[in-house]
Design a protein around this ligand. Structure first.
Ligand code: BGP
Length: 467
């Protein structure tokens, strides 16, 4: 029998912009996404799941379904509408009410300070490419630590530095929609890591009760068809999206090999990055202070050697088989292996999660502990008279919990799992047809309906047995 440990958190994950809706309520400041989505004209993050008003229902459901942890993000622009300056009391009051409700329902809040939603004023000002914004972020974080210290024990600085930076400057599906700018991509990742390091140092200096960490999206990179000629391509892809950030987090700087590969990729794309000596001192100072690492894991990639130009087609509609991902100087993602994948071409490969966790333990022995902070399956759920049979999602979760169980057996310290997502939410580049939740949301009426997976998850959470 596969049983998860006693203190294991069975959670659900959300993010402010994807769940709250109410983008114009409570004196909230605008975020770059508002303008970007309005211009695109396909969908808005409104009403999303109306979590701004419906959170008592979602938390009551959480308690009822055995969920004892929730990832919530604070919208920076509710606290500081322009990113800095005078705090907005309505925003502060909202999060106090929300965190109190979590306590009432015995659902531990794991709170992220930045989940892709920099206030528009700062975003227009260069977002994290502008080093002044690092200071604004740290000040905002310190404000939150002090303000919410009574109810929040677990803090996360950033959600997914690689996906947000690549979404903004490589794939171009996130505002400001820039494509193939490797200089901006790497600079953004580096600067966000500086903001993370400064925030962690400030948190520890304040002696705030609780823990702090960062969440990285970590996709394992395997050479396609296990062929030697593809090994270097996989290595380059891994360095760019995983190792660069992991070394900044835990080693406090970049190894010579990592810098060589990054420079190689930058040269191939006529780009450069500015890494200062004092940056590395800062990273070093923070590297042993992370209390945990959050891993978001959905898929792994199989990489083939590639010597052509940059070419990406982002499958944002769920039309299976349309994805193209070829990076100049890096490699090409292949999708034609005999591995199941979602309609959005995300390969379902739980072994990648196991391999990644074992790698963290081996290569970053100062990691302390891991939470799997996101994992889940985008699916076009069918609603039949209030019944949602999402068996494929149950299979997906089961397989990933088994991978976690195996990693724990093999000595990795893993303390919890947060399913993306708690209820159906708005999806950044897919809108509303890509559902992930345990609770189905009728976006017209905002009614919630537990899916088959919610009933299954409840039993797993109660018994800790993976069935
Ligand atoms: C992660 C993000 C989440 C969520 C999830 C699913 O990268 O942290 O915010 O969106 O991916 O992604 P998508 O909605 O694009 O399927």
């Amino acid at each position: 029998m596969k049983k998860l440990p006693k203190d294991f958190v069975f959670g659900g994950a959300t993010a402010a912009y994807q769940a709250e809706g109410a983008t114009k309520e409570g004196n909230k400041g605008r975020v770059a996404w508002d303008t970007y989505l309005e211009k695109e004209g396909k969908f808005l993050a409104e009403p999303a799941s109306d979590f701004y008003h419906k959170y008592p229902i979602d938390l009551a459901l959480s308690e009822q379904f055995g969920i004892n942890g929730i990832r919530i993000s604070v919208a920076w622009s509710r606290i500081f509408p322009e990113g800095y300056g005078t705090p907005n009391q309505e925003g502060i009051d909202f999060y106090h009410r929300l965190f109190k409700e979590c306590r009432k329902r015995h659902v531990e809040p794991f709170v992220t300070l930045h989940h892709f939603d920099t206030p528009e004023v700062l975003h227009c000002n260069g977002d994290f490419l502008n080093r002044d914004n690092i200071e604004h972020f740290v000040n905002y974080a310190i404000f939150c630590f002090k303000e919410f210290q009574e109810d929040v024990r677990y803090w996360v600085t950033f959600n997914e530095i690689w996906p947000v930076s690549s979404g903004q400057y490589l794939v171009g599906k996130f505002p400001p929609g820039i494509r193939f700018d490797y200089g901006k991509l790497v600079q953004s990742m580096h600067n966000m890591m500086l903001a993370h390091a400064k925030t962690v140092i400030a948190f520890k200096a304040l002696k705030i009760k609780g823990e702090i960490g960062v969440i990285h999206s970590l996709e394992y990179k395997y050479p396609y068809e296990n062929k030697q000629e593809n090994t270097f391509a996989a290595k380059k892809d891994d360095t760019l999206s995983n190792t660069f950030l992991l070394e900044a987090t835990f080693n406090g700087g970049y190894s010579a090999e990592t810098l060589d590969i990054i420079q190689f990729i930058l040269r191939a794309n006529n780009a450069s990055v500015d890494i200062k000596k004092e940056d590395l001192e800062l990273l070093k100072h923070a590297s042993d202070k992370n209390d945990f690492l959050g891993i978001n894991y959905y898929q792994s990639n199989f990489i083939q050697n590639y010597s052509g130009e940059n070419e990406i087609f982002h499958n944002g509609t769920g039309e299976k088989g349309t994805s193209v991902f070829r990076l100049k100087g890096v490699g090409e993602h292949k999708f034609d292996m005999d591995i199941p994948r979602t309609d959005w071409d995300w390969l379902i490969y739980p072994k990648g999660l196991y391999d990644m966790m074992v790698r963290i333990k081996k290569e970053y022995p100062n990691y302390k502990k891991i939470y799997v902070t996101e994992n889940g399956m985008g699916y076009k759920d069918e609603f039949k008279d209030g019944v949602i049979d999402d068996e494929p999602r149950i299979d997906y979760i089961r397989q990933h919990l088994e991978a976690i169980h195996q990693a724990i057996e093999d000595g990795v310290i893993v303390k919890g799992y947060f399913l993306w997502s708690l209820m159906d939410v708005f999806s950044w580049s897919n809108g509303y047809n890509k559902r992930y939740g345990l609770f189905y949301v009728d976006f017209d009426t905002q009614e919630r309906y537990p899916k088959k997976s919610a009933y299954w998850y409840k039993i797993v959470a109660q018994t800790r047995e993976i069935k």
